[in-house]
Ligand binder design. Structure first.
Ligand code: FES
Ligand code: MG
Length: 577
């Protein structure tokens, strides 16, 4: 290891070393906890940011795994300091974890700034925890390693593999149709999530940890290791050992997250099938590093990167456990080798692509070659036009191809409650040419962009056997959803975006090959409607919600807070001690 730093350069030494009254306080209080000078003298202090909680099934093993991280830190002559952070359970936190991603990012940044630490291991995995932790740590700028929770084991019931999210939707339909008994339903409940770890489909969690790895922020291969596999303990200890070296080497995130590193991460995300949610997060993460990633960049990379991970929901049969046995994310990178830049390095200090030529793909039905992909084009299209001047997204592969070019009259709902009335009315006058529009469900309107974008098919059409139609919203949808759903329309209706000017019966035109989303309403008419538009009352009048409403940016910018942007204000610097 080349030491770029000596002990007196470390920020923790400012707390622990001086012969003064404040440092006396720090040392005596460390001794109150049972530590002695041999624990800290000459050693880096490493934060272990742990998002464990009793409301977080995806991170249940983190209480134990933190001990493995600490073991690694101690093995390499560091001092661990475990700090709990907001857990953001996708399952239990309401109205949506998206409302709190930025709160975790702020907490991460400030935990690292205010404590005597020189580097960090970030423990996350459940959807928003990956971007939240990474965004904050990037802004703080200390060396860090991301430790992904790992996917849970495959679900299992009656001899069938069950996938998180997707199969819950599927079997709920059967339950409603009366083809599944109460007893079977309870069996599915107990079998669909049967170990700790995050969702094991290629939903938002798996896409985000893949993005973190491809950006260089994890140890190679780390994101694919199932949470319950003993390799996960070994990887955790290795994170501990390696972070101590990174502190001495001064390997800060700015040296890892370059333009090419971000492009590599986007290419890998596209090849996985990419949850639409991940688009918002990767933009936010890149922008924290000062890299102005745009929706157009994602569209450009998406057009030329095939989906090669045959994992549900994009793929047919497989789940993340199969992905690991087939070689994991390193094997996927090998399959799309020509799409990756050799320049970026990882937390190892070595190039991301180093050693890829020797990686084995153990099952090329699970991780396909580019010559036999799951989908030839990437998983995502970005649409623009007078209905979405700043962009909207759709997964072309997830919708019936007959909707790739479509026009039809709008049926508009101003709230989810209003939309629910429409879709639950078996006699609502509509055909599958109609376009369902849900607005006021964006970053400020939702608030927090709830996952309402996969508007359920209306009863009026279901009874005639229709299973897909064009739906448009400023909301998000779950990473395990599907259908002709246009999402993330920006700017959102709530802040005066053109989606808010749309009226029932206006003709909407969707053209995925040409990447357009327009309403056939004249500019003169739109101007009239704009003049008559009034802003809705704010959703929150106090507290965090109010701050969120005042500062959250639109989806195309990653929904970060404006005052947390890389270029906002001057550097904050180090605290007075
Ligand atoms: Fe945690 Fe899906 S609920 S990743
Ligand atoms: Mg209406």
């Amino acid at each position: 290891m080349t030491k770029a730093k000596t002990y007196s350069d470390l920020r923790s030494a400012r707390w622990m070393a001086p012969d003064d009254l404040r440092s006396f306080g720090h040392r005596s209080r460390a001794m109150q906890m049972g530590y002695g000078p041999e624990d800290w003298e000459g050693k880096p202090i490493v934060a272990v940011l742990n998002t464990w909680s009793e409301a977080q099934p995806c991170h249940m093993h983190f209480k134990d795994r933190a001990e493995w991280v600490k073991r690694g830190i101690l093995q390499n002559g560091g001092m661990p300091m475990e700090l709990p952070a907001l857990s953001l359970s996708e399952t239990f936190v309401k109205p949506t974890t998206m409302l709190y991603r930025n709160l975790l990012a702020m907490e991460t940044e400030e935990l690292l700034r205010s404590h005597p630490v020189d580097g960090a291991v970030l423990m996350g995995g459940c959807d928003k925890t990956t971007p939240g932790l990474v965004m904050g740590a990037v802004s703080m700028g200390l060396p860090f390693i991301y430790l992904p929770a790992g996917p849970m084991l495959r679900g299992n019931y009656a001899g069938n593999a069950l996938g998180s999210g997707t199969d819950a939707f599927k079997y709920w339909d059967e339950r409603r149709a009366g083809t599944i008994s109460k007893e079977q339903w309870v069996g599915i409940e107990g079998g669909i999530a049967r170990s700790y770890g995050h969702c094991m489909t290629m939903g938002t969690a798996s896409t985000m940890t893949a993005i973190a790895e491809a950006m260089g922020l994890t140890l190679p291969g780390a994101s694919s290791i199932p949470a319950a596999d003993a390799n996960h303990q070994r990887m955790s200890a290795e994170c501990g050992r390696r972070i101590v070296e990174m502190v001495w080497e001064d390997l800060t995130p700015g040296k890892i997250i370059t333009r090419e590193a971000v492009d590599n991460a986007v290419a890998v995300a596209m090849a996985t099938g990419c949850s639409t949610n991940a688009i918002i997060h990767v933009i936010a993460m890149a922008r924290r590093a000062g890299i102005p990633l745009e929706l157009d960049d994602l569209d450009r990379i998406g057009r030329t990167t095939p989906v090669v991970a045959n994992i549900r929901p994009s793929g047919k049969n497989y789940l993340m456990e199969d992905f690991y046995y087939a070689g994991g994310l390193r094997a996927l990178m090998k399959q799309i080798r020509e799409k990756l830049s050799d320049k970026p390095i990882t937390v190892t200090g070595r190039p991301l692509t180093e050693g890829l030529d020797h990686v084995q793909v153990w099952n090329d039905d699970v991780i396909r070659p580019m010559s036999n992909p799951v989908y030839h084009e990437g998983s995502l299209a970005v649409l623009k036009g007078n209905l979405a001047p700043d962009g909207a997204v759709i997964k072309p592969a997830a919708c019936d191809p007959k909707f790739h070019k479509h026009f039809g009259p709008a049926i508009v709902a101003d709230s989810y409650a209003e939309m629910k009335k429409i879709i639950d009315d078996p006699d609502y006058p509509m055909t599958c040419d109609h376009v369902l529009v849900l607005r006021n469900a964006g970053p400020q309107g939702g608030p927090g962009m709830p996952e309402w974008g996969m508007i359920p098919m209306p009863k009026a059409l279901l009874k005639d056997g229709h299973r897909d139609m064009v739906r448009i919203s400023d909301a998000r949808m779950s990473g395990t959803s599907f259908g002709a759903c246009v999402l993330h329309v920006a700017p959102e209706a709530f802040v005066g975006g053109p989606l808010g000017l749309l009226r029932d019966g206006d003709i909407i035109e969707l053209d995925i090959p040409n990447r357009t989303l327009t309403m056939r309403v004249s500019e003169v008419e739109l101007e009239k409607r704009r003049a008559a538009w009034t802003a809705p009352a704010p959703r929150y009048e106090r507290g965090y919600g109010l701050m969120f409403t005042k500062h959250v940016e639109q989806a195309d910018k990653g929904c970060d807070f404006d005052f947390l942007r890389a270029e906002f204000g001057g550097p904050i610097g180090e605290p007075e001690i």
